[in-house]
Write a protein that binds this ligand. Sequence first.
Ligand SMILES: [Zn+2]
Length: 88
Amino acid sequence: MPIYAYRCESCGHAMDVLRKVSDPALTTCPACGAGTLRKQVTAAGFVYAGKLDVLRNPADDHRLKVFDAKVRGRTDQFVFKFVKPAKR
Ligand SMILES: [Zn+2]
């Protein structure tokens, strides 16, 4: 059975739940009782952990096309960071 990560949009309560694939998704938060529990998006065990600006180019103000000579090869870039949670 796969483990699903859930997080409540109301109170932020997070939990991992062992569920059958055929089980319906949970919606009620066990911490606050609100129906705002949401399944978290995961990719091969990796969890989105935020955006980094290390490759940003402040000179790129997004008004020029990426092929414009002025910004070619130096366009603004973003790094999306994913982490693999430690096994429990
Ligand atoms: Zn909650």
